[in-house]
Ligand binder design. Structure first.
Ligand SMILES: Cc1cc2nc3c(=O)[nH]c(=O)nc-3n(C[C@H](O)[C@H](O)[C@H](O)COP(=O)(O)O)c2cc1C
Ligand code: SF4
Length: 518
């Protein structure tokens, strides 16, 4: 059998030099006259080990990483095709501590299979969920998804089954499934990783959503900054169509479903579901007032399911293994697993899929290994640019929607960004206001005007001009934005601002100029 070498081809690994490694491997194979198959798999998500090269040996896969092009010659010299020990040797990939401790349900195949091989996908359990779904009544599929406890992974944590039921129960001549792949949150990359590493799981989830709700057409709205994900998804859609997974008579059943990939408009607000719909319809992405809900009147005025990539990609495993299996993971009302994305100033950055319930401290200190700079962790922002800053004192908070809400925070898309003790939280608060000012769609006043006034107030505070007055003003302004904004962009910007102010008050009382000069 010809040897197989796996070299990740996803954007994360490419950014870390995977293409140069692949080129060096190809050159070495040619020079030594060795015939081997190079598979460009997705990354397994341990980005501190990328580019991570794997070989299939008689005793299973063996990983090496992070591999530099200059390592390639010595890897061949030592016989890495049969798993030799080398300074980059990591052993069996699923025994690497960062990977071994995970519960991979949604990302089970990511990094394992060839992303664009439907045969490989099927050999690893792919399409089992859809096979079950085509034999079921729509209402029974919706029931399974509801009973699994799956909640939207895009940010709001809304129960997916309830959203699907609303669309199923709304009669119309046409319904749509829209996948939100705008992934605008800071430090997040789960959507991109799965689209590039296991695109068929998203397609399978969308087809199941279509059959469950009576929708026959789907759109994947991918942010323009993800050209690689766009290319992979487009190829995967073509392959799925040719294989009868998409089109009329899905898997030989009476159901029809097809989909298209659309490229986003490059604005954070286009990730908000109604602005996304406007953008998909070819208009400027601006938030719509609700009601009507998109489930009643969405894309082109038709009932529409809008779900995040990870919500949809989690459906196949639920339909394969059953609602009870999935529901068994997690805590409280947060069921199943969540792909946590650990980023920022952290020693071991990467994607870590785990059942809900780990504490923030376990994630940051044990899994993430603390800061990359080696300095103490000062704060962690969870849930993207609209998420709260958590100090060490709150590291016992379990990763659970309700537990985070109880601490005035949010899980959002499960991105966490770590900061060391050199971070200036007043600057971070200003950044939140500035971000909101730049990204505001302009539809409502608290967000459009409030964010600009917020930047000015925080600038005055930084200059130590009547600090107590500025703190009272920003607190009042945050209250107005929180309760008066039309959507969560203006409504949640107060979370990073107020958490920074409440947990790190010293940073908001800059040393007076005269004192600093002494
Ligand atoms: C300003 C703003 C940006 C958002 N960006 C995204 C995004 O990039 N991806 C996403 O899935 N949801 C995003 N959301 C949440 C969506 O509006 C919506 O709740 C989500 O797509 C629903 O899917 P889910 O139920 O599967 O989470 C954003 C919301 C707001 C207010
Ligand atoms: S809160 Fe901001 S982004 Fe949302 S509708 Fe109002 S102006 Fe637009």
């Amino acid at each position: 059998m010809i040897p197989r070498i796996y070299i990740p081809g996803d954007s994360g690994a490419l950014a870390l030099g995977a293409e140069k490694v692949a080129k060096a491997v190809r050159a070495e194979l040619a020079e030594r006259g060795i015939e081997a198959k190079i598979v460009r798999n997705g990354s397994r998500g341990a980005y501190f080990l990328e580019p991570m090269v794997e070989v299939a040996t008689a005793n299973g896969r063996v990983a090496y990483g992070p591999v530099k092009p200059s390592d390639v010659k010595s890897l061949f010299d030592c016989g890495f095709l049969t798993g030799c020990h080398h300074k980059r040797w990591l052993g069996a990939p699923d025994q690497i501590p960062f990977l071994a401790r995970q519960t991979r349900l949604t990302f089970a195949r990511c990094g394992v299979t060839d992303p664009l091989s439907l045969d490989h996908y099927k050999a690893h359990g792919g399409l089992n969920g859809l096979q079950n779904a085509v034999a079921m009544m729509p209402a029974d599929i919706v029931k399974q998804v509801t009973e699994s406890g799956l909640r939207g992974r895009g940010g709001a944590g809304f129960p997916t089954g309830i959203k699907w039921k609303t669309v199923l129960d709304t009669s119309a001549d046409r319904k749509y499934i829209v996948c939100n792949a705008d992934e605008g949150d800071s430090g997040t990359f789960a959507d991109r990783m799965i689209m590039e590493g296991d695109p068929f799981v998203l397609i399978e989830g969308m087809v199941i959503a279509g059959i469950a709700t009576g929708a026959t057409k789907g759109f994947i709205y991918i942010r323009s900054e993800y050209p690689h994900a766009v290319a992979v998804m487009q190829k995967a859609v073509e392959i799925a169509r040719k294989a009868g997974v998409l089109g009329v008579n899905v898997l030989g059943s009476a159901n029809s479903f097809d989909m298209e990939v659309r490229v986003g408009a490059g604005a954070y607000v286009c990730g908000e579901e109604t602005a996304l719909l406007d953008s998909l319809e070819g208009k400027r992405g601006q938030v719509r007032a609700k009601p009507p809900l998109p489930a009643h009147k969405g894309l082109f005025g038709k009932p529409t399911v809008i779900n995040n990539v990870i919500s949809l990609a989690s459906v196949p495993v639920i339909m394969d293994k059953g609602a009870a299996f999935y529901k068994d993971f997690g805590m409280g009302r947060s069921r199943g697993t969540i792909p946590i994305q650990i980023a920022g100033n952290v020693k071991y950055p990467g994607l870590y899929e785990a059942a809900f319930g780990m504490t923030l401290g376990e994630i940051v200190d044990d899994i993430g290994g603390g800061t990359a700079t080696g300095r103490p962790v000062k704060a962690v922002q969870v849930g993207g640019p609209l998420g709260a800053y958590f100090p060490r004192a709150l590291f016992d908070t379990p990763f659970d929607y309700e537990a985070f809400a109880a601490k005035d925070g949010l899980i959002g898309h499960a991105g966490i960004v770590v900061f060391d003790d050199s971070a200036d939280m007043l600057k971070q608060a200003r950044f939140a206001m500035e971000f909101c000012a730049i990204e505001s769609c302009g539809k409502c006043t608290p967000c459009r005007i409030g964010s600009t006034r917020g930047v000015e107030v925080l600038d005055r505070l930084a200059q130590n001009i009547e600090p107590e007055k500025q703190i009272a003003l920003v607190t009042d302004l945050c209250n107005t934005m929180k309760f008066g904004s039309l959507c969560a962009l203006g409504g949640f910007t107060p979370y990073p601002v107020m958490s920074a102010l409440n947990h790190f008050p010293d940073d908001f009382r800059p040393t007076p100029v005269a004192e600093a000069a002494e």
